[in-house]
Design a protein around this ligand. Structure first.
Ligand SMILES: NC(=O)c1ccc[n+]([C@@H]2O[C@H](COP(=O)([O-])OP(=O)(O)OC[C@H]3O[C@@H](n4cnc5c(N)ncnc54)[C@H](O)[C@@H]3O)[C@@H](O)[C@H]2O)c1
Ligand SMILES: O=C(O)[C@H](O)COP(=O)(O)O
Length: 529
């Protein structure tokens, strides 16, 4: 039974879902904050469900040999070392929509709080001061709202802004003009946004390109009296520069939910007039927490129990409905990769995967990942569909895929071509209606062969006596050949044989086979079937 650790505070709905789906679960919501304890226990788990408090570092991943999936109940995955997870074949998934509305609403709430100084006015009023003249606010109607990052959350903020009669401009390199038009907003360059906006709100992930996107130089371009809201990630705004600008009056106020260091027990922004701070509460509504807990538990259980993948950041999605249709072709792709990988002894430069007929309409990214996993496995035992594309990239292997309509007699087939400095080798296969993979072509030679756990591949000249010689050699040693498949390119040309065996062969016996006059190459292949 798969075992999952929940190491951050999640709705207990998640715990129930794991149990209902037959996954053992340990709910230890404070464990994520205790790095040493996490390192101590993580080795026991197949899955780890987290929010933002647990840091899934390379060290944690190294300490987790059984770990297959990290599920982030939320959006940002900057607390997970995704390359390290990918290298170990661990899927990292998030819940990209469950808390978007809630977070957009928090940004709007902070915008109002800053525009009308609500927290300070509340504190003053409750202190019995009645400072009616101190808290002069600004209207937001008719003001320009500048949105940096117009993805899921940014777009919701945009529509709320439009509803509040604001003029909305957005900077996002990936925002299409059509989408901007649909949202009723204007797509602008960053500097223009800085120049025009009365309120600026950030909704990008934290990346090398977005880090400190608002710093002293950016603030200098802004309108005097601008107000800035950050509900995305600490690190997007240089806190010290913002604090200086608030002190100088250049920036009239800021709403800050996220900090460079969290938990933020100290910040240059603390104690300044008209800075409204919240402790990373963007996603903290009961609705959003139910959504993300339910979603993450379902996604993780789907993967651990059924092999279905959704919302993974390092692996193509495979839906629960798609999994049974795709699975035979995933197996086929892996076997073709494995065939080529076992026969290739020099560095691979290029891999081309051709999908003909039915597999061309499937999730070919998953099939490519499976083929690469099979191909790399002879060199790297731990490689899987998650890590294989990254491993291939790191090894400089160029991967391409071609999809085409059915061309031959098979309903569909997959052909893998592997190129090295010296040669190009291709192998093709299909899946019959029984779901079992079959080889249908090797090195351009047609043949039809079942796939067995142990197979002997031989390349020879198409001359009389080869079958006899091979058969006699096996017979003399009392080794049974379960099935014998042959193919040749033309009469008297190149021929190949695939022998389906009941078990492995000794190196000594293989040397005997290789010594046969008719045999050019003999290699024992093993397949995970
Ligand atoms: N405060 C919270 O509790 C809270 C809650 C949820 C999400 N978040 C954070 O909000 C952020 C946005 O979430 P989302 O769901 O909208 O993500 P998203 O992926 O849907 O949108 C992000 C957008 O940023 C854009 N972008 C990327 N690089 C950019 C750049 N250099 N300049 C401008 N735009 C750029 C992308 O094109 C994309 O449209 C994430 O960082 C997430 O972690 C915070
Ligand atoms: O990226 C997110 O989803 C938010 O930052 C929420 O983080 P949290 O789950 O720790 O509240």
């Amino acid at each position: 039974m798969a075992r999952v650790l929940v190491s951050d505070k999640l709705s207990t709905t998640a715990v129930q879902i794991f149990k209902d789906r037959g996954v053992e679960v340990d709910y230890l919501p404070d464990l994520g904050k205790d790095k040493d304890k996490l390192l101590e226990v993580i080795g026991q788990y197949d899955g780890l469900a987290i929010r933002s408090a647990t840091k899934v570092t390379e060290k944690v991943i190294e300490a987790a040999p059984k770990l297959k999936v990290v599920g982030r109940a939320g959006i940002g995955v900057d607390n997970v070392d995704i390359p390290a997870a990918s290298r170990k074949g661990i899927i990292v998934m998030n819940t990209p929509f469950g808390n978007s509305i809630t977070t957009a609403e928090h940004a709007i709430a902070l915008m109002f709080a800053v525009a009308r100084q609500i927290p300070a006015a509340d504190a003053s009023t409750q202190a019995g001061k009645w400072e009616k003249n101190r808290f002069m606010g600004v209207e937001i109607t008719g003001k320009t709202l500048g949105i940096i990052g117009c993805g899921n959350i940014g777009a919701i903020v945009a529509s709320r802004g439009v509803g509040l009669k604001m003029r909305v401009v957005a900077f996002d390199p990936f925002l299409s003009p059509e989408r901007a038009a649909t949202l009723g907003i204007e797509k602008v360059e960053l500097e223009e946004l800085f120049r025009r906006a009365d309120f600026i709100t950030l909704h990008t992930p934290l990346t090398d390109r977005t880090r400190n996107i608002i710093d002293a130089a950016a603030i200098a371009m802004m309108k005097d009296g601008v107000r800035i809201i950050n509900c995305a990630r600490g690190g997007l705004v240089a806190e010290k520069d913002l604090a200086d600008a608030i002190r100088s009056g250049k920036v009239a106020g800021a709403g800050v939910d996220v900090f460079e260091t969290e938990p933020a027990t100290d910040s240059p922004l603390f104690g300044l007039d008209n800075v409204v701070c919240t402790p990373h509460l963007g996603a903290s509504t009961s609705e959003a927490q139910e959504n993300v807990a339910l979603q993450v538990a379902e996604q993780m259980a789907d993967y651990l129990v059924q092999g279905a993948v959704s919302n993974a950041l390092n692996m193509p999605s495979i839906s629960a409905e798609e999994a049974p249709i795709l699975t035979p072709y995933v197996k086929l792709a892996e076997i073709l990769g494995s065939f080529a990988g076992q026969l290739t002894e020099e560095p691979i430069k290029e891999v081309e995967i051709l999908f003909d007929g039915s597999p061309a309409g499937m999730n070919t990214r998953a099939l490519v990942a499976a083929a690469l996993a099979g191909l790399l496995k002879p060199q790297m035992q731990s490689v899987n569909m998650v890590s294989a594309p990254l491993m291939a990239k790191e090894r400089g292997i160029a991967v391409s895929e071609v999809r085409r309509d059915k061309t031959g007699v098979f309903d569909g087939y997959v052909q893998l071509t592997v190129k090295t400095e010296k040669q190009s080798r291709s192998v093709a296969g299909t899946c019959f209606s029984d779901g079992k993979p079959r080889f249908i072509q090797i090195k351009g030679i047609n043949m039809e062969a079942d796939v067995g756990s142990h197979m002997l591949y031989t390349a020879n000249k198409d001359i009389p006596g080869v079958i006899g010689e091979l058969g006699m050699t096996f017979g003399r040693k009392g080794i049974n050949i379960a099935n014998f498949h042959l193919g040749r390119d033309h009469e008297g040309g190149n021929a190949i044989a695939l022998l389906y065996l009941d078990g492995p062969l000794s190196e000594e016996f293989l040397d005997e086979v290789r010594a046969l006059k008719a045999i050019g190459q003999a290699k024992l292949l093993t397949f995970d079937v």
